[in-house]
Design a protein around this ligand. Structure first.
Ligand SMILES: [Zn+2]
Length: 335
């Protein structure tokens, strides 16, 4: 069994984008526009068609079994519009994921987007998390630590602002993948800089917070291999030492996990060497940020199973990374 803990619905039918365009048109005339949730007419056949030639095909070709599947991250766009915009959009995006998990229960398990909106509290996000976990059997959520889209106007993850969603995560026993969305700041390319900056920043924010002390069972996945953290592990350990913090193993590594969305063998080798095996979850983020073929290897960059298979680790370690750790972290998952 191979569980890919990080996949997005990046191939949704055009109707989803048209709904978003209509939202933005309404907002252009009135930034406070609320409107209603409305409907998006996408048939089951359209959903099947959008997946068969993409995520499902790649699962089969690469030999992975199940993907923890969430809405397209770069489209979460929490900065767009107001709280109502984000609520309706998020509900539709999560509804589609639920339908996919019903059509392909062996291939996809749901994780939700949250209807965050800059400058508002997390009340709507709590309601949506509860809806998706209790009604849709989703097993996790994506939490955006920068809903402004690259301008970092929200408080850091240690701030009490975030505590209501942490309380709900703990109550429901679901982890959050820390995941930003599109960048509106041209200094930060979305997938090449903003995502990786956010991953790195999230680790440091948690390190300098009381979050794991206040929520001893909370779980976060920092994607894209943990950003720059594994590569600079010595710096983070050294900073913890200077700040008189407990060692990182004690402070964070019962609560924080990194995925394997690192798109070359040396990067995966470093991740597996530096970070304890129990903290690493297999993931590819396909079909996602980097879709091409590596001219040096002849294989897809995001075919991350290949790197884990080729890494110099034991079979027991490989099994933990491919499935055992994900089952432990996404403990509501029944597959
Ligand atoms: Zn992602």
């Amino acid at each position: 069994m191979i569980i890919d803990c990080h996949g997005h619905y990046t191939t949704a039918p055009a109707e989803l984008g048209e709904y978003r365009d209509a939202q933005q048109s309404a907002l252009a005339g009135d930034p406070e526009h609320v409107g209603s949730k409305g409907t998006i007419n996408i048939s089951d056949d359209q959903l099947r068609e959008s997946l068969e030639g993409a995520q499902l095909k790649l699962q089969r070709e690469r030999g992975t079994d199940v993907t923890i599947f969430s809405p397209r991250a770069s489209w979460m766009g929490h900065h767009i519009g107001n709280a109502a915009t984000s609520k309706f959009w998020t509900e539709h995006c999560n509804d589609l994921i639920y339908r996919i998990t019903q059509l392909y229960p062996d291939n996809f398990v749901g994780a939700c987007q949250l209807p965050q909106s800059p400058g508002t509290n997390l009340a709507n996000s709590i309601i949506e998390l509860e809806r998706c976990v209790e009604q849709y059997n989703f097993v996790g959520c994506n939490l955006n630590l920068d809903p402004s889209g690259g301008f970092w106007s929200s408080p850091p993850l240690g701030d009490r602002y975030w505590y209501p969603i942490y309380e709900k995560m703990v109550e429901l026993n679901v982890p959050a993948m820390i995941h930003v969305s599109a960048s509106c700041n041209e200094c930060f390319h979305a997938t090449g800089a903003h995502y990786l900056n956010a991953d790195t920043t999230a680790f440091m924010q948690l390190m300098t917070s009381q979050v794991t002390k206040d929520f001893p069972t909370i779980k976060f996945i920092i994607p894209h291999g943990g950003g720059a953290v594994p590569y600079h592990w010595g710096r983070f350990r050294g900073l913890a030492d200077m700040m008189k913090l407990p060692p990182l193993d004690e402070l964070l590594m019962n609560n924080v996990y990194f995925d394997t969305c690192v798109y070359h063998q040396p990067g995966i080798d470093l991740l597996l060497k530096v970070i304890p095996t129990k903290n690493i979850l297999f993931a590819s983020e396909m079909v996602g940020a980097v879709r091409g073929i590596d001219s040096e290897t002849g294989h897809y960059f995001d075919d991350t199973k290949r790197y884990v298979t080729n890494a110099a680790i034991s079979d027991a370690q490989r099994e933990a990374i491919f499935a055992g750790n994900a089952r432990r972290v996404y403990s509501r998952m029944s597959i």
